[in-house]
Design a protein around this ligand. Sequence first.
Ligand code: GLU
Length: 472
Amino acid sequence: MPAAPNVVTRFPPSPTGFLHIGGARTALFNYLYARHHGGTFLLRIEDTDRERSTQPAIEAIIEGMKWLELNWDNNDKIYLQSEHMPRHAAVANEMLANGHAYKCFCTPQELEEMRNHQKANGLPMRYDGRWRDKDPKDAPAGAPFVVRLKAPLTGETTIKDHVRGIVTVQNSQLDDMVLLRSDGTPTYMLSVVVDDNDMGVNTVIRGDDHFTNTFRQVQILKAMNWNIPEYAHIPLIHGSDGQKMSKRHGALGVDEYRKMGYLPEAIRNYLLRLGWSHGDDEIIPDAKAVEWFNLEHIVSSPAKFDYMKLDSVNAHYMREMDDTKLAQTVAARLSEATGTAPDVAQTAILAKGMAGLKQRAKTLKDLTESAAFYVTPRPLPMNDGAKKILSADAKAMLAALRTLLSDLADFSATSIEASIKDFAGQHGKKLGDYAQPLRAALSGSNVSPPIFEVASILGKPETLGRMDDVLK
Ligand code: GLU
């Protein structure tokens, strides 16, 4: 594919809530497309709705983007739409001056009557253009007005969309939309177009829900003689049952995914596959994503959010992760959960334990829960399964095992296993007969990673100490 020299994309969330998973996917696609072309990816906060926009939402969006490592260009600078409202208004006035817009003095009551009339007569509900050709002098002095686009009455508006294909709408279907409200503030539709133009955006990748807006936006672009960007409208994400995404389906802020224990690289990979494909590849690491991403392979049907797939992608990236790094992440989560941070020695123990634990965990949350016993201070709490195992007989066996282990010079997993096996044989028992009480003593549970490995990782003093605790 020939490299477009100056691809400029943008992600323009409205800060009325957190960065949700659908928004994150839109951001990712824009990010990847820009990176693929060596172009520019910009972040714009669409905060012109002063009532619904909040500072915490702006911060959550920025944090979410940073956590997902979707770094935007322009030296990290964020384009705040509200700062550019005077410019948006100036464009509306320019359109007034060059005849592409006009003042409409309709009162709310007149508009209401117009709508009622259209409703009663089964007509399409749209502004009837009554001020299009009127002289503003006909309006009462000082009467409030809005500025409307003087949209073409005939002909058609066509959009070439990389996902939807070529779609045409008759101009007669589109009414003269408001550009400036009566208080002089620009409408959302105007602001988007002016900002995209001023930021040099030439590729707009966004949710399908904005597709119908595009026709009106193109009319403004044409009126201003500005370049029309490339468009790709991506189908929305649905729940696994095909229904509209709700919280239950995973329509949550990205921070919730962090808390649930997903890695940012897993979320990126999963979101990429959710709506874009590269053959049958499921695991697409970042470098490949940048190399391969294109608009042609955006899937044109709605994607279904599937936690099981996300889990399996996450498990993959956890297994790939360096054990020391993974242990540090687990240590941080343990510290968040318990208020006590594992020290350097404990973090080293966790790192040794990762290989055995990460095979079975799906999320960092699972992994942290299953790793906690390595660093839980003695005496360990025993779960019901462990209590059940630790009968008087089991304790007697454990006491014998304690002597055996305390004399063992080589405390590697293989050596521990070999000596216990031997010992069990001598006493007419099986390895498992000893392994279970040992598991209970060392992990406080009836399930754990291979227990000889656990003993070896804990080391002799801690192993014997934990055994003593249950023998007391
Ligand atoms: N601010 C809009 C939103 O959050 C996006 C507008 C656009 O992509 O053009 O849905």
